[in-house]
Design a protein around this ligand. Structure first.
Ligand code: T4K
Length: 379
């Protein structure tokens, strides 16, 4: 039996944001101070929008103050209504965006391997009220974008993706934002690339970008013309200035996370009942999260026991996404929310644990986290 490991004397979180040297941020802010232009499509906003457009293969990009507003506006721009089919295995923002648009979320079960919307569960849920499919590239693992598009085409539905975790994910060499009518990206502090709070919509259609740009600025065209009932979703210059620095740090952060992933893999792969993330060959990882799965039928400890035990060692892993959105008080009365229709999602939500995963972790810290996991799973 392994000796009981020591607890960390400080908290180890699931993530920590990349931060450029403060002096560089101050330098970047000098133009903002000089121009006294703080928001409403300033120079930093334009520069960041361009930089992100380059990364996503020159698709149309519109920056937002957060990812949630970007998704709300996508629903407006695509005129979604009635019902939208989505996954229950996601962050609260996904179904809430539908509710804020007066749309009923219809939950479909997920694929047991990718943990994303199972295309085979979608068609049975389509009714005359269905206007779209809203997939989530959970942990940056891509939905089955081709199968989803085939279904959407067959039924005349729009396809929107919540790509909050998928900045940098590529499928067959193509940016994940190439698929569907629009993809939301989140640039929240907990995301790989971040602007403290922030987000973007990536679209294929230039006329949609034009409309989205109006919608995020109250629908204003000029001083006397308001075209649409818009909202305030604009990214400000302080956020964009931070983004112009953090975007340069993404590649190194991904390399470091890849190295951390290798340590986890090497140390944890032999533990009975503990399953490690494995992406298909044709997918490039965003390195957003490191989700392990603990299957209580095989493991000596349940996911919740491991989660609690890790906390006693000052390790704050997270159970993203437990409970399922379909279990929230505001959604559980929906017919599609009944657990009997969502067996895979229900089981997955009891198994997943996202481990600390960020470039600032040293090899020694990762090894110590592994010592603790090994110990608590064999206790
Ligand atoms: N769709 C999906 C699938 C999403 O996951 C999200 C957001 C959205 C849509 C909405 O996108 P945004 O509108 O947020 O752009 C966090 C984030 O707040 C949330 O953005 C994210 N998903 C979700 C998965 O995680 P919490 O409640 O878990 O965050 P919190 O405050 O517990 O932070 C987690 C840990 O991160 C902390 O324990 C320590 C560390 N941390 C956090 C912050 C905020 C830092 O080190 N520094 C920080 O500034 O929701």
């Amino acid at each position: 039996m392994q000796r009981k490991p020591v607890a960390f004397p400080y908290p180890i979180y699931i993530t920590r944001p990349m931060l450029p040297p403060l002096a560089e941020y101050i330098e970047e802010l000098k133009d903002v101070w000089d121009s006294q232009w703080l928001t409403n499509a300033g120079g930093k906003h334009a520069a960041l929008e361009k930089a992100i457009a380059r990364l996503v293969g020159n698709n149309k990009v519109s920056l937002f103050t957060n990812g949630t507003l970007a998704l709300i506006v996508a629903c407006q721009a695509l005129r979604l209504s009635g019902e939208v089919i989505t996954t229950p295995f996601t962050f609260a923002a996904t179904p809430h965006v539908l509710s804020w648009n007066n749309i009923t979320p219809v939950f479909a079960d997920i694929d047991p391997v990718t943990m994303t919307l199972d295309p085979e569960r979608i068609e049975a849920l389509i009714t005359s009220r269905t206007s779209a499919i809203l997939g989530v590239h959970v942990y940056g693992y891509p939905c089955d974008v081709e199968a989803i598009q085939v279904i959407a085409n067959r039924h005349g539905l729009k396809v929107v993706y919540d790509g909050a975790h998928a900045f940098g994910t590529r499928v067959n060499g193509r940016p994940i934002t190439d698929f569907g009518d629009a993809t939301m990206l989140s640039f929240h502090a907990t995301k790989l690339f971040h602007t403290a709070e922030g987000g973007a919509l990536v679209m294929q259609n230039p006329s949609m970008k034009e409309q989205v740009d109006f919608l995020k600025n109250f629908g204003i065209k000029d001083e006397t013309t308001v075209l649409l009932p818009g909202i305030n979703g604009k990214m400000n210059e302080l956020q964009a200035a931070l983004g112009l620095l953090t975007i340069k740090m993404v590649k190194d952060e991904q390399y470091r996370r890849q190295a951390i992933g290798r340590i986890y893999e090497e140390r944890l792969r032999r533990i009975a009942g503990l399953f490690l993330p494995k992406l298909p060959q044709n997918v490039e990882n965003s390195y957003q999260y490191y989700p392990i799965r603990i299957t209580s039928a095989v493991a000596r400890r349940s996911r919740d026991e491991v989660f609690e035990a890790l906390r006693s060692y000052n390790i704050y892993a997270r159970r993203y996404f437990h409970p399922l959105c379909s279990e929230y008080a505001c959604y559980r009365m929906l017919p599609s929310a009944h657990p009997s229709y969502l067996p895979v999602a229900t089981k997955t939500a009891t198994e997943v644990l996202c481990l600390p995963f960020y470039g600032g972790l040293s090899d020694d810290q990762v090894q110590q986290i592994c010592d603790v996991i090994e110990f608590v799973m064999q206790e």
